[in-house]
Design a protein around this ligand. Structure first.
Ligand code: SAM
Length: 413
């Protein structure tokens, strides 16, 4: 299957006039791959990726935040608009640029690896088509909408856009999200001696095989009191009874047999009108399926800008991501020993986020960053702060991280 995808990717690359195996290596004749837990490669990511493919480096998770093709004048170039009339229209140049990087990124992901890509409305549909081709339509996981500002872009006609996306694909059907840590929030509105719980799952079986005749031994009476406690015997004689009968009067069955229900009746809860639920207890570190809409003040652009000001003393990078957003993406996509790569590193947020997570959960995540040595214009704020290239900014973030915490080690290659 993977060979098939690699062959398709090769054909696809050639159809876009990209020759991934013939990318020039002349200005990085020999690339040392290093061994620190955080490695920064200074240079063009297409070239670095070629080296990583050749050296068979493999990663569990890739996060990238590529230029969105906004036509804005940022610290980096963000104008890749084609004048030609290919089927991709004005998006052809951006697509070629991305395909040249996504094809090797696909190669260096482990079989159960996941890629997450930040993008906005302009290139999101084209990115999806590209990823369908390179990763396979079946390996699409999600397109998460993230609220990035409260008021949106007022300058745009028609609508004030205040969200962007994180598109997730797996390398294969083995690629599974770890899920998000659940907080003990207001939804855990009940409590007993075992802890906080909510009731969101019926004890009556639904769907196929749920009728009484399907499992006759799982149709039996339960008894409950005013406090919601459930019993399999009416020992006191004054309990009410409940049967697995649905709202249409159809006799169904319970989820468990009588013996298990008797031993674990403390896990059951009865509503005042006799609907029986399985208690859903909160446990520390419990993970649940992420939602496709992420709204949190911690994800706002203004938050990322403030973080850049706090770290560097000024807004020396135009389009940073909030650390919390990247922490949550990493935490949701891979385990705490993951090998992570970000080839559009910018101000280095991915390394910062992975380090914060390691400190918090004792993990051993390692990170590879790639950032280009594009010269910074003398008119840019960063230039006034002494940064000559964008990779200088990335490197300085790593230096500051290691100064603040000597458990953070990095290497520049
Ligand atoms: C949107 S920014 C990433 C911001 C980053 N997520 C952060 O939080 O700071 C995209 C970055 O990709 C870098 N970049 C663009 N083309 C590149 C290339 N060919 N090789 C390496 N880096 C590149 C740009 O210089 C820019 O810093």
């Amino acid at each position: 299957m993977n060979n098939q995808i690699n062959k398709l990717n090769q054909d696809f690359a050639l159809s876009l006039n990209i020759q991934p195996d013939l990318l020039p290596l002349n200005y990085l004749p020999k690339l040392s791959l290093g061994s620190a837990s955080c490695r920064l490669f200074r240079g063009d990511n297409a070239v670095v990726l070629k080296h990583l493919v050749e050296q068979n480096e493999e990663f569990d998770f890739c996060y990238i935040d590529p230029p969105y093709n906004t036509r804005n004048k940022f610290i980096y170039d963000d104008l890749r608009v084609s004048k030609g009339h290919s089927i991709w229209g004005s998006h052809a140049q951006w697509i070629e640029f991305m395909a040249e990087r996504l094809i090797p990124l696909h190669k260096i992901l482990k079989k159960n690896g996941i890629i997450a890509i930040s993008i906005d409305d302009y290139e999101q549909p084209y990115l999806r088509v590209l990823l369908d081709k390179i990763f396979g339509e079946n390996n699409f996981i999600a397109c998460i909408a993230v609220c990035r500002s409260k008021n949106g872009k007022g300058s745009k006609p028609g609508i004030s856009t205040n969200h962007e996306y994180v598109v997730l694909y797996g390398k294969s059907s083995d690629s599974k999200l770890v899920g998000v840590r659940e907080a003990c929030d207001a939804s855990y509105d009940k409590k007993d001696i075992y802890g906080h719980f909510k009731v969101n799952g019926l004890f009556r079986k639904k769907g196929d095989g749920s009728r009484r005749e399907d499992r006759p031994t799982m149709y039996y009476p339960l008894y409950f009191d005013k406090q919601g406690n459930v019993y399999t015997e009416n020992l006191s004689g004054d309990l009410k009874s409940a049967y697995p009968i649905d709202s249409k009067g159809i006799e169904r069955r319970w989820l468990w047999g009588r013996d298990k229900a008797s031993q674990e009746s403390w896990k059951l809860y009865a509503s005042p009108n006799g609907v029986i639920y399985v208690k859903n207890y909160f446990t520390e570190g419990k993970r649940v399926k992420p939602k496709s809409l992420w709204i949190d003040n911690r994800y706002l652009t203004e938050r990322a800008t403030n973080q850049i000001k706090e770290i560097f003393g000024s807004k020396i990078f135009d389009t940073p991501k909030p650390i919390d957003l990247i922490e949550d993406i990493i935490d949701c996509c891979c385990d705490n020993n993951a090998k992570i790569i970000d080839v559009f590193a910018g101000s280095g947020t991915t390394a910062h986020a992975a380090h914060n997570l390691n400190v918090r959960d004792g993990g051993n995540r390692t990170v590879v960053l790639v950032e280009q040595e594009q010269k910074i214009a003398s008119s840019h704020e960063a230039f006034a702060f002494g940064y000559k290239t964008i990779a200088d900014i990335t490197e300085d973030r790593l230096k500051r991280l290691s100064t603040n915490d000597n458990s953070f080690c990095y290497e520049v290659l």
